[in-house]
Design a protein. Structure first.
Length: 403
């Protein structure tokens, strides 16, 4: 038992020594000749980060809205006959948008025009009757004067017993008939004048009715009041529409970017302060803009207020588009890095930094605003550091940058 125990002890000690020797040999530093044979050098394109005085930027998100949306509504109740536009249609002033049923109004106009022709004929007849009555009055007046003279002469002779009773009665009867005829001629003139006045009033009434009917007829053709774009269509052919009912919505090509601003930023600007805009889907930034309006009411829930920026006339801008207002702050020195040197790995951005001995290390960085073809670096790298600017696929663990 003692021998076995001693043997086991010696065996275990031998094994331990062998393991220690193996580990020491495995962890020993390789020779300089081996290291030199495994390292590879490559002439990577490199750039240096640099400092540049740039304007700071603050941006706020917003939405493009029309400055003057116009609701189109009919003036009369009628059935929709034709619709010439759809949502998105570009329209010009005076362009036909919607036609309403005009059959009843056309019939009404024709009937009134016929009545006007009849009234015009009646007026002409009344005028002719007046002229005839005036001529009759002249004739009856002359006859009455003649009968009065004859009656006076017979009356004087009758008083002197120089004329018979029959002659006197005849003269008196003729005078009376002349008076009746003269009165009748005057009455005919008065009737003709009344008829003319009546027909003239009727003509005026008919003309007013015709004008109203023509206005109603014009209302059946709904025309565009401005140049713009149809952004809403709420009717179909065959629908009955009522006065004041919105059937189309038009937007003039005048838009504003409306942004919600935290109240803490209120002191950064005033009305007419210079600002830029970036509209989603449009290349670049829109410059030379100013703050058109600052809405004074602050939302108590979000502690924010709205600003409005008038946008230039650009055909691609549409109501509802997403955008950002960009406000420049004071100039400061920023570390800048070319965009081509940035490597994106998922949600992270980084660069390959080159040390003095050519070793390559990947470093995560935090980026700020884009400035031309470079980005501001918030953290992760300093100015005047060397970074690789291409051929990223050549980078491996045993590759160094050739000086």
């Amino acid at each position: 038992m003692k021998f076995k125990y001693g043997f086991d002890k010696c065996f275990k000690s031998s094994i331990s020594c062998m393991l220690i020797t193996f580990l020491l040999n495995g962890c020993s530093k390789p020779s300089e000749n081996n290291t030199a044979s495994t390292v590879k050098y490559y002439n990577f394109p490199v750039v240096k980060t640099f400092l540049k005085a740039v304007n700071g930027k603050i941006s706020w998100v917003g939405t493009v809205e029309s400055s003057q949306p116009i609701n189109i509504a009919p003036q009369i109740q009628e059935v929709v006959k034709t619709i010439t536009v759809a949502e998105g249609s570009v329209i010009q002033p005076g362009m036909l948008l919607v036609a309403l049923n005009d059959d009843v109004i056309i019939h009404e106009v024709k009937e009134i025009e016929s009545q006007i022709e009849e009234a015009a004929s009646s007026i002409e007849q009344a005028k002719h009757s007046i002229e005839s009555a005036k001529l009759a009055i002249e004739a009856k007046s002359a006859d009455l004067a003649l009968k009065q003279k004859r009656y006076k002469r017979i009356d004087d002779l009758h008083k002197l017993n120089s004329a018979t009773d029959d002659e006197f009665d005849t003269a008196a009867t003729q005078l009376q008939l002349a008076k009746v005829a003269f009165a009748e001629a005057n009455n005919n003139l008065s009737l003709a004048q009344d008829k003319l006045h009546e027909n003239t009033i009727a003509m005026q009434t008919l003309k007013q009715s015709l004008a109203k009917s023509k206005v109603k007829f014009a209302y059946t053709k709904i025309l565009s009041p401005v140049k713009g774009i149809v952004t809403g269509k709420k009717i179909n052919v065959g629908d009955l529409v009522a006065p004041g009912q919105t059937i189309l919505t038009i937007e003039k090509p005048e838009y504003k970017l409306i942004c919600s601003i935290p109240e803490d930023d209120l002191n950064l600007f005033v009305k007419n302060s210079p600002v830029m805009a970036k509209i989603n889907g449009l290349p670049g930034e829109i410059t030379n803009l100013t703050i058109d309006e600052i809405v004074p009411n602050i939302d108590p829930k979000t502690r924010s207020f709205n600003i409005k920026i008038k946008l230039p006339s650009i055909p691609e801008i549409k109501s509802g588009m997403y955008g950002k207002a960009i406000f420049l702050t004071k100039t400061a020195n920023k570390v800048l890095l070319p965009q081509t040197a940035i490597v994106n790995q998922g949600q992270l951005s980084g660069v390959y930094v080159v040390s003095n001995d050519g070793q390559i290390d990947f470093r995560i960085i935090s980026l700020g605003q884009k400035n031309d073809n470079s980005y501001e670096v918030i953290s992760g790298i300093k100015a005047n550091e060397t970074v690789i600017n291409g051929d990223f696929d050549k980078i491996t663990q045993d590759v160094r940058v050739k000086n």
